[in-house]
Design a protein around this ligand. Structure first.
Ligand code: 3H9
Length: 700
């Protein structure tokens, strides 16, 4: 087998080239090749060794697909120690993204250079891991303890210039990386430069309080996650133990993370996210439609946020409103959002101004006739949406993609309002649209393949994570959410309180409890939707009586200063409200519900298993292509904890038989209107098959 690592003696420099597409991950073959090459260099006439990579990037890390399989020698920490022990100076030349184990290769080299465009980082924490090949020991020695804590616990890559300022990279190379790096090797040889081991550097002294402060900061920022805390342990070991012992501690904690459920869940999400972008039956080579100009219909909060995504990616956007007043209002929200981005340090003032300049307000459909993609983002009125699509059909050029941002409506019916349903698709953004990562791409019955493929590709350009959904009420995410929210309301009226329910779910890992979410979204939205339905079509009254009463009292959520909670008008800090408890008790009595003690386990299982049950129905119906797509939707769109892997992955970790038993128990207690078990769940339990196994078999 040809090795992905080659070695060539050029003049008196031994050049090691790693060529393992797509991202030069450190597979066993790469580790073996590197080890062989570094040993060859020790024995030949070379006076320095250069490590470079072919392709689009320097090594982007360990091969994540090898994790969970039996470990294979050579192990990365041993290999890197051997690189550092080289008797000849080793130079690493970085381009693209030198991440994780890849950056650790560079840190064990004696000298480091990079293209200005390169980025370096240790993103292991995002996989529920910590750098396991010396990163936690070498970074504090090179850049100091605080920089190491920030870099490694955030997992955020940094630009080459920043890495130079921290002492992690020695120089930036202009022009061709390899020839610049070879010149530098010659300079080092001429100067008689010796190997320089970062492991031999001392770690600065820090105040004792640093560790405790950082641990409590992380307990808030990365609630429930174990890896960030272990990273602090490792860096503390670097500061207090000799290098060898620190490295051993790092290895021990790395293995603990690797074998834990959190990392398995986060690695699942890593691959799930990439899989979600792939549509079965669509060729990767399909020609895409050319998208240069965007138009958005509706300059409300959603429309404005969507416009910002495209402007931020450098694409001109025409934002259409019915009149100047509505337009001015919408544009002023966009101005405020950009000002916020500048204030938070997300964008420079110049960059924000450049993006803002790309958004042009218009009030005439003629002004969007040349748009390549139009996204309708008006409020959820099906008749209005159909009217708009008929107008778009008349106004827009041939071949334009016509998208609706509806959260619930039938995209087939909207498409039928045009004479070109093949050009119509759903693009469901999540609020706030300029921040949330998820994009549900809704394929209607007649959506053309190239329209779908173009939208999936475009999502990446605007830095969204796309997941395809079929047409159904609420698509993947909101269809499941209805069940979750219903159970939250039922738990509330049957015996709990907003605080108890939200705390249970937040401690379990959800970014926000369901009743705080309801207050944030506004209780009036659901209220209006229910009012439009005849009384017998509104579902279980226990699931909506309390919010209805709150709305009728003017408590529509955060925007009115009160909902399930009270909100401080200045700070927006929320507090519990005895009045709400009285309302709950009164409404329960009126409905004949006897309130009872309810523990956190019941609340969590009812809410989370309602997601699992509905998710499996969605997969079975083919609305989602695969179970892992559902996990991506929930992690990136609904604040489901990545370290639990999404509802489908979580169900597998609990065990499907245990999930089904609990659902049957709920069905027996609460009736099968809400707890009809998903046929796929029953089949999987009967077949003793996990969701993951079923998905793998189905993917083939
Ligand atoms: C680590 O290093 C631990 C060590 O400290 C200690 C060890 C002892 N492995 O994202 P893309 C695949 S932990 C295997 O679409 P982009 C990916 O699945 C690791 N496969 O491209 C996809 O495959 P497919 C620390 C990997 O240009 C293809 O490559 N490192 C890996 O948008 C293209 O990926 C990280 O966490 C991998 N490490 O982004 C970095 N990386 O075509 C993880 C990618 O079949 N990677 N693939 O769908 C990334 O962040 C992005 O992939 C990167 C490129 C920024 C590099």
């Amino acid at each position: 087998m040809i090795s992905p690592v080659s070695y060539e003696l050029t003049d008196n420099i031994g050049v090691i080239t790693i060529d393992n597409p797509p991202v030069n991950a450190l597979s066993q073959a790469v580790r073996q090749g590197l080890l062989d090459a570094i040993r060859t260099a020790q024995a030949d006439a070379s006076k320095a060794v250069l490590i470079v990579c072919a392709g689009r990037t320097f090594v982007a890390g360990a091969d994540i697909s090898e994790f969970g399989k039996p470990p294979a020698k050579p192990f990365l920490p041993d290999l890197l120690n051997e690189i550092e022990d080289s008797a000849k100076p080793v130079v690493a030349a970085l381009h693209g993204t030198a991440l994780g184990g890849g950056f650790e290769v560079a840190l064990s080299s004696h000298y480091r250079c990079a293209l200005e465009s390169a980025k370096v980082g240790l993103p292991e924490v995002k996989l529920g891991l910590l750098p396991g090949a010396g990163g936690t020991q070498r970074v504090p020695r090179l850049a100091g303890v605080v920089a190491a804590l920030d870099l490694i616990t955030s997992g955020q890559p940094i630009a080459a210039a920043h890495a130079v300022s921290l002492g992690l990279i020695d120089r930036v190379i202009d022009g061709d990386l390899q020839s610049g790096a070879l010149d530098w090797c010659r300079e080092l040889i001429a100067a008689g430069a010796a190997p320089r081991k970062s492991s031999e550097l001392p770690v600065e002294n820090v105040e004792a309080g640093v560790w405790a402060d950082y641990r409590s900061k992380l307990a808030r920022r990365a609630r429930g996650q174990t890896a960030p805390q272990k990273i602090v342990d490792c860096i503390e070991a670097a500061a207090t133990l000799p290098f060898g012992q620190g490295l051993a501690r790092e290895r021990e904690l790395f293995m603990e993370c690797l074998q834990g459920t959190q990392s398995a869940a986060m690695r699942h999400i890593f691959f799930a996210e990439r899989k979600a972008a792939k549509i079965r039956g669509l060729s990767r080579e399909m020609p895409l439609r050319d998208i240069q100009k965007i138009a958005i219909i509706g300059a409300g909060t959603m429309g404005g946020g969507i416009a910002m995504n495209f402007a931020n990616a450098g694409m001109p956007v025409a934002l259409l409103e019915i009149d100047d007043e509505a337009l001015e209002h919408g544009l002023s929200i966009i101005d405020r959002n950009y000002a916020g981005s500048v204030k938070r340090g997300k964008l420079s003032e110049t960059a924000a101004a450049e993006c803002r300049r790309l958004i042009d307000g218009v009030t005439d459909y003629a002004a969007i006739a040349d748009a390549d993609l139009v996204i309708e983002a008006v409020f959820e009125d099906p008749e209005l949406k159909k009217e708009i699509f008929a107008r778009l059909d008349a106004a827009c050029k041939k071949g334009a993609i016509l998208a609706t941002n509806t959260s619930y409506q039938d995209v087939n019916e909207i498409a039928a309002a045009t004479k070109r349903p093949e050009d119509v698709i759903g693009l469901h953004f999540f609020s706030p649209a300029h921040i949330m990562k998820l994009l549900e791409v809704v394929r209607a019955d007649e959506t053309a393949d190239d329209v779908l493929a173009t939208c999936m590709a475009l999502a990446k350009v605007i830095r969204k994570i796309p997941v395809m959904s079929g047409v159904c009420y609420g698509f993947i995410g909101n269809r499941m959410l209805q069940h979750y929210m219903r159970e939250a309301q039922l738990c509330l009226i049957e015996g709990s309180t907003p605080e108890v329910i939200d705390t249970a779910l937040e401690q379990w890992g959800m970014a926000m409890g369901p009743l705080s979410v309801a207050d944030l979204a506004g209780l009036d939205i659901g209220y209006k939707a229910r009012q439009a339905l005849p009384a017998d079509k509104r579902g279980d009254p226990g699931a909506y009586r309390v919010p209805d009463v709150l709305v009728e009292m003017g408590r529509v959520g955060q925007k009115s200063g009160a909902g399930f909670y009270r909100y401080d008008p200045d700070t927006r800090a929320k507090s519990g409200d005895a009045e709400v408890l009285e309302i709950i008790e009164r409404e329960a009595a009126e409905l004949g519900i006897e309130r009872r003690e309810m523990d956190a386990n019941e609340i969590i299982d009812r809410l989370i298993f309602s997601l699992v049950n509905e998710g499996l129905k969605i997969v079975d119906e083919g609305i989602a292509q695969r179970p892992s797509d559902i996990d991506v939707v929930y992690v990136y769109g609904y604040g489901f904890p990545a370290h639990r892997g999404g509802p489908m992955h979580y169900a597998d970790t609990v065990g499907l038989d245990a999930v089904l038993d609990r659902i049957i128990e709920f069905r027996d207690r609460f009736g099968d209107a809400n707890w009809k078990s998903a046929p796929l769940l029953e089949r999987l339990v009967a077949d003793k098959c996990t969701i993951a196994q079923w998905a793998t078999a189905n993917e083939k």
